[in-house]
Design a binder for this molecule. Structure first.
Ligand SMILES: O=C(O)C(=O)C[C@]1(C(=O)O)C=C[C@@H](O)C=C1
Length: 356
C-alpha cells in the first residue's frame, strides 16, 4: 500500500511546488496591478473582471474537478491577490453565522475584513459613510419575496449595486442538546419562521414561535438556554455548538436568497449582466404598461418586477425592475432613455455581473 502511495505523493509534491511558484508569480503581477491602480486612483475590486475569470475557468475546466469547486479555488486566489492590492472591508447583517455572511464570502472570498452590523439600515450607513468599502444586503427570498427594508433604502440612499449573489438557504432546527426535550420556544428571524411554517405546524404545532433579529441571534439564545430551539444555518449551529434536531426543515427545498453588493463602485460590463432600476408612473390607467413598452421594443428582457407603496399618496407605487444587460449595452441604453421620458420618477440602482 505505502509503496504504491509514495510515488503518487511525490508527484503531488512536485505539482504543489509548481502551483506555489505560479501563485507567487500571480501575486507579484497583482501587486503591479495595484501600483498601476494606485497611480490612477482606479478601484481595486473589479466585479466584472472577477466574474469573467470565474466564468472562464468553469468553461475551460477539463475535469475531473467539479467546476463549482474550481471556481471556489479561483475565487480564493483572486481574493488573496486582491488583498495584496488592498484588503477590502465588507459590511453585512450580522452577527457572524448568518446567510448574509455566507454571501459575503461567496462574493469576495476570505481575504477580506468583515464588519457585522446589527441591521440592514446599519449596513447601508456603514457603506455610505465609508466605514466599509462594500455592503451585502438581502434583496429577495424565493419563497418569501422581497426584503422591503432593503428596497426602501436602495431608493433613499446614494449607494449603487455592483454585484448580486444567490445562495441556497437551508434551515435546520437546533438546540443545545440536539433534542427537543424540555424545549418551550422556537426562535428565528421572522422570514425563517415563515419559510418553515408548514414543517413546524406538522411536527411541533404546540411550541411557541418567537421572531428575533436574526437566525444567528436565535442560535446564540439556544446556546445559552436548553429550553430554546433555534432555526438557523448549520454553519451558525456549528459556530454556537448546537446539536441538529432536524436538518433542511424549510418548506421549499429550492429556497434561495438573493443578495446585493452595495457601495459607491459602478461595475463595468461583464458580458452577462443585470441592471436594476426604480420607477414611478403618473396614476393613470395603462401607465405601467406604456412605461415598460420600450423594453420590449428594444429586445430587453425583464427578470424581476416588484412594487412598493410610496410613502406619499395613497395609491402610488414605486416599481423595482431588473433587466438583462448593462447600462452601457446599446439596447439597454436606448430602452432606458425612452423609458425615462415617460416616468414620473426614474433611478438606476446599478448594473452588475449576474450571479454565478
Ligand atoms: O484585474 C485586476 O484589475 C486585478 O486587480 C486582478 C484581480 C485578480 O486577482 O485577478 C484582483 C482583483 C480584481 O477585483 C480583479 C482581478
Amino acid at each position: 500500500m505505502t509503496d504504491k502511495l509514495l510515488p503518487l505523493r511525490e508527484q503531488i509534491d512536485t505539482i504543489d511546488a509548481q502551483i506555489l511558484d505560479l501563485l507567487a508569480r500571480r501575486g507579484r503581477i497583482a501587486q503591479e496591478v495595484g501600483h498601476v491602480k494606485a497611480e490612477t486612483n482606479a478601484p481595486v475590486f473589479r466585479p466584472e473582471r472577477e466574474a469573467q475569470v470565474l466564468r472562464g475557468v468553469a468553461e475551460r475546466n477539463p475535469g475531473p474537478l467539479n467546476s463549482r469547486d474550481v471556481q471556489t479555488i479561483f475565487r480564493e486566489i483572486m481574493s488573496s491577490c486582491r488583498a495584496l492590492e488592498k484588503r477590502v472591508t465588507v459590511a453585512y447583517l450580522g452577527p457572524s453565522g448568518t446567510f448574509s455572511e455566507q454571501a459575503v464570502y461567496q462574493q469576495f472570498g476570505s481575504a477580506i475584513e468583515t464588519l457585522p452590523c446589527i441591521s440592514i439600515d446599519e449596513v447601508f450607513r456603514a457603506t455610505e459613510a465609508g466605514t466599509a468599502d462594500f455592503g451585502v444586503v438581502p434583496v429577495e427570498n424565493s419563497s418569501e419575496g422581497a426584503i422591503n427594508r432593503t428596497l426602501d433604502l436602495m431608493l433613499a440612499t446614494t449607494t449603487v449595486i455592483s454585484g448580486e449573489i444567490s445562495i441556497p438557504v437551508h434551515h435546520s432546527l437546533m438546540t443545545k442538546t440536539g433534542s427537543m426535550d424540555g424545549v418551550t420556544v422556537v426562535c428565528a428571524h421572522s422570514q425563517a419562521l415563515a419559510q418553515c411554517q408548514v414543517w413546524l405546524n406538522l411536527h411541533h404545532p404546540g411550541i411557541e414561535r418567537r421572531a428575533v433579529a436574526s437566525n444567528a441571534e436565535a442560535a446564540v439564545l439556544a446556546s445559552q438556554d436548553a429550553t430554546v430551539a433555534a432555526i438557523a444555518s448549520e454553519m451558525a449551529g456549528e459556530q454556537y455548538q448546537l446539536g441538529v434536531v432536524q436538518a433542511h426543515i424549510q418548506d421549499d427545498p429550492h429556497n434561495r436568497t438573493r443578495f446585493a453588493v452595495i457601495g459607491s463602485l459602478e461595475a463595468g460590463p461583464s458580458g452577462r449582466d443585470h441592471t436594476s432600476i426604480v420607477l414611478a408612473v403618473p396614476n393613470k390607467a395603462g401607465a405601467v404598461y406604456k412605461l415598460l413598452a420600450p423594453l420590449a421594443r428594444h429586445g430587453v428582457s425583464m427578470t424581476r418586477f416588484e412594487s412598493r407603496p410610496a410613502r406619499v399618496g395613497t395609491w402610488e407605487y414605486y416599481f423595482y425592475v431588473d433587466i438583462e444587460g448593462h447600462l452601457r449595452d446599446a439596447a439597454v441604453a436606448r430602452a432606458l432613455d425612452e423609458l425615462k421620458d415617460n416616468a414620473a420618477f426614474f433611478k438606476v440602482l446599478g448594473s452588475y455581473p449576474q450571479s454565478l
